[in-house]
Every structure is written in C-alpha cells, then in structure tokens.
Design a protein around this ligand. Structure first.
Ligand code: GAR
Length: 188
C-alpha cells in the first residue's frame, strides 16, 4: 500500500502520521507529501522524515482543472493507492475523486456535521458551545461532508481561549489520526 499525504500548512498531523508509518504502527508506506503551498512548514517536516515532497500551486498550473490533472499524473507516477488529507485546505476535484473513490480520508477539527469549512474551532468557541470535536471521514465532492469513520468530542472549558482550545483539539487529532488510519489500512 503506497500512501500519499496532502497538506497545506503547519503539518503537525503529517508529522504524527510520518512517525507512525516509520514505526510500522500503520501498515503501508508513506511515500509522498503533496503540498499546495511551497512555503508551508510541513515541507520542512517531510525533509526530516525523508519523504518525497512535491509542491505546486493552482496559480502555477494555470487554474484548477490543470492543477487537478497535474496531481492525478503525480499520483499515477508514484503508484499511490491511498490518500490521507492532513490540513489540506482545498476541495478534491472530480478527476482525483473518480480515481480514488473510497480511498481518500480527511481529518476535520469539529464534530461534523457541525462546523464544516474554515475556522471551525474558532466558530465553536464563539458560539459558546460546551463541546466540539474531531472527525475523520472519507471525502466526497462536498466540503467536509463524506461518510464519517470516527469522531471524538473535545470539551470547551469556561476559561478556554482560542489557543488553549486549539491545543486540546490538535492533541485529540494527534491521538486519533494514527490510530484510525492504522485501522483503515490494516483491513486493505
Ligand atoms: C488540523 O486541525 C486539521 O484538522 C485542519 O487543519 C489543521 C491542520 O493542522 N483541517 C481542516 O480544517 C480541513 N477542513 P496541521 O497542519 O498542524 O496538521
């Protein structure tokens, strides 16, 4: 099983997954990081784990259609069987979806279907909710809307700031993602 991770930014989820693959806690090989932001910190993390990284932007490709096509070519060249999104902030287009149906998972920092899209942690805090959560799901053509695989709640405390709540949500993600991805890939 040849696995690719797609990420856009900091890459803390990428790093816990890379560690779990290297420690053989997840079946399969993490062989590729694709990143749509050439300056993202996740690229530095990938160097540390010696994971091949490819990065290009939609703009460089001349639009969304050509961008998707270039990613599809890359996935074919690298013989990728499965994709884990880890803070990848774009919707996967129809070309890649058709080739990887049921083979792309995403992690989202909310208890879906609550708070899909951007700024999910901030919005849950601003709404005065007592809990939010983390969801891992297969992706479909919508925004954070595919079939749910696993979910956990994260409490929102009375004195939480965005920073403290983000830390708690991320800690939950870092515990969940390696465990859930291991379960998914074990069965394949
Ligand atoms: C994570 O909280 C992830 O759930 C979220 O981006 C963050 C990336 O952090 N993803 C989404 O919001 C996707 N809709 P990281 O770069 O440190 O892993």
């Amino acid at each position: 099983m040849r696995v690719a991770i797609f990420a856009s930014g900091n890459g803390s989820n990428f790093e816990v997954l890379a560690q779990a693959f290297q420690a053989k806690k997840i079946a399969g090989n993490l062989v590729l990081l694709f990143c749509d932001h050439p300056d993202a910190y996740v690229i530095e993390r990938a160097k540390k784990y010696k994971i091949k990284t490819v990065s290009f932007t939609v703009k460089e490709c001349g639009g969304k259609g050509l961008y998707e096509k270039k990613i599809a070519q890359l996935l074919e060249q690298e013989n990728i069987d499965f994709i884990a999104l880890a803070g990848y902030m774009r919707v996967i287009g129809p070309l890649i979806l058709s080739k990887y149906e049921g083979k792309i998972v995403n992690i989202h920092p909310a208890y879906l279907p609550e708070y899909p899209g951007l700024h999910s942690i901030e919005r849950a805090l601003a709404d005065g909710k007592q809990k939010t959560g983390v969801t891992i799901h297969y992706i479909d053509s919508g925004v954070d809307s595919g079939p749910i695989i696993a979910q956990e709640h994260v409490a929102i405390l009375a004195d939480d700031t965005l920073e403290t709540l983000e830390q708690r949500v991320h800690a939950c993600e870092h515990r969940m993602y390696p465990r859930v991805l291991a379960q998914i890939l074990e069965k394949r």
